[in-house]
Design a protein around this ligand. Structure first.
Ligand code: UGA
Length: 440
């Protein structure tokens, strides 16, 4: 079967990974974005964020002439399928901002009115229910050869390429089965073994994405609520509890890792958009509000631990290990690190930070106000307390003597539960969801 030609509009995280994986799988792919600087870097094989293997596959695809980058929408005419992956960020009050999507739809209209063969538009951007039927389709209704389907993305940063190759499910929303089938044909070209496909209407497909992210956020806020109770109870450890309830197949073990709260570009943003979207249904969204609230309060748990260690004083130095919102990414969106460091600086505390990938991005937030350390040892040197915020593998391997040999006071807060507490007996060691231990 001849492979479809692909265009991807919006080369952010989802768009670029999608474009690169298509090119790697042999599809002729054109990436379109309005950011000239980004396009220049991509043409040189440079990505503006870290994702395992992405740069490598990008360079390979460029060598094989499978991928190109442009800002010119006319290139859509050379392709059969256009994936829209522009961002749908939050407005200041937490609503979904559809500005980029609307702009892309009108640009596509201007270009596709000149196309005589069939064209498929795939909405991959996360959009609140009814966006496609009430905003997108009315704008394109005069285009006879153009079909529109909704196809939400479930990939996770740090694991994106693997998630694209092995999705748990493909959700396709469409107004008529013919349009759904058009996207199904593309997926048949992409996958040797077809994943399960769920076909539904546009609005249900849009709602599935929000339900999915809201449920993951709920699980995390649930386990963090349990974790906060565990901290008050001698010898009770939330990891053991998460293991036990995770064994129940009705619950499952994923997304039961207690920590500093969820961050990133998706769970906080989508939860907030869902809350604003459902505000019109009055009291029906108090549960989601509670999930969001628990998440915001996790930072207070860390501050309380710091207070109990008596390190919230302007003469103290705090070392923060891990800045990215999770491991295997350099993404700082909604990262707890930013909120914590802001809070510490307000109290006049000296802050030193380390992250294997996100250090440079962090400089944009705090410039010269804090110290940036390329080595873990340098970060720990002279510190009165160390707070681990991201679960990077490098930190999991840290031995007690790295802390002992460098820190001024042996205070550690492990918000990610990556160190074995039994090895840190001589330290003042605290962890999210670990009973109060010695001082109880
Ligand atoms: C999330 C979803 O997992 C993807 O399915 C979805 O496609 C994506 O949003 C999106 O909407 O595009 P992502 O934001 O990349 O993906 O990251 P997650 O792995 O979901 O982690 C989100 C946050 O929750 C991180 O801060 C992470 O550290 C935290 N988390 C996750 C926990 O605190 N505990 C856990 O057990 C799991």
């Amino acid at each position: 079967m001849k492979k479809s030609k692909i265009s991807v509009i919006g080369l952010g995280f989802v768009g670029l990974t999608l474009a690169v994986i298509n090119a790697k799988e042999g599809f002729d792919t054109i990436g379109i974005d309005s950011d000239k600087g980004k396009l220049k870097n991509l043409r040189r094989g440079k990505t503006d964020f870290y994702e395992p293997n992405l740069s490598k596959y990008l360079k390979e695809s460029m060598k094989g002439d499978k991928i190109s980058f442009t800002e010119d929408f006319n290139n859509v005419l050379k392709t059969d399928i256009t994936f829209i992956t522009v961002g749908t960020p939050s407005t200041k009050d937490g609503r979904i901002d559809l500005t980029s999507l609307k702009k892309v739809i009108s640009e596509l209209y201007n270009v596709l009115k000149n196309k005589s063969t069939n064209h498929l538009i795939v909405i991959k951007s996360t959009v609140v229910p009814t966006t496609t039927s009430q905003i997108v389709l009315p704008k394109l209704k005069n285009l006879k050869n153009v079909s529109v389907v909704v196809n939400p993305e479930f990939l996770r940063e740090g694991n994106a390429l693997k998630d694209l190759v092995k999705p748990h499910l493909i959700v396709i929303g469409c107004d008529n089965n013919k349009d759904c089938k058009a996207l199904e044909r593309y997926y048949k070209q992409f996958y040797k073994t077809m994943p399960e496909i769920l076909k539904t209407d546009n609005s249900t497909a849009e709602m599935i994405k929000y339900a999915n992210n809201a449920f993951l956020a709920t699980k995390i806020s649930f386990i963090n609520s349990i974790a906060n109770v565990c901290q008050k109870l001698p010898l009770v450890d939330v990891n053991t509890i998460a293991y036990a309830i995770g064994k129940d197949s009705r619950i499952g073990s994923q997304f039961l890792q207690a920590g500093p709260g969820f961050g990133g570009s998706c769970l906080p943003k989508d939860l907030s958009a869902l809350i604003k979207f459902t505000d019109k249904f009055h009291d029906l969204n108090s549960f989601f509000k509670a999930v969001e609230n628990v998440n915001q309060l996790q930072l207070i748990q860390i501050i309380k631990m710091l207070k109990s260690m008596k390190v919230l004083d302007s003469k103290k130095v705090i070392a923060v290990l891990g800045l990215a919102f999770k491991k295997n990414t350099d993404d700082l969106r909604e990262a707890v690190s930013i909120k914590l460091v802001k809070n510490l600086l307000k109290k006049g505390i000296q802050v030193k930070v380390h992250d294997p990938m996100a250090l440079d991005n962090f400089k944009n937030f705090f410039n010269k106000k804090i110290s940036y350390c390329k080595k873990i040892e340098d970060c720990l040197k002279g510190a009165n307390c160390c707070v681990i915020l991201t679960e990077w593998d490098d930190y999991k391997k840290l031995k007690t003597n790295v802390f002992r040999n460098n820190m001024k006071e042996l205070n550690i807060i492990d918000t990610r539960r990556i160190l074995d507490p039994t090895k840190f007996n001589e330290f003042n060691f605290k962890a999210i969801g670990l009973g109060p231990g010695k001082d109880c």
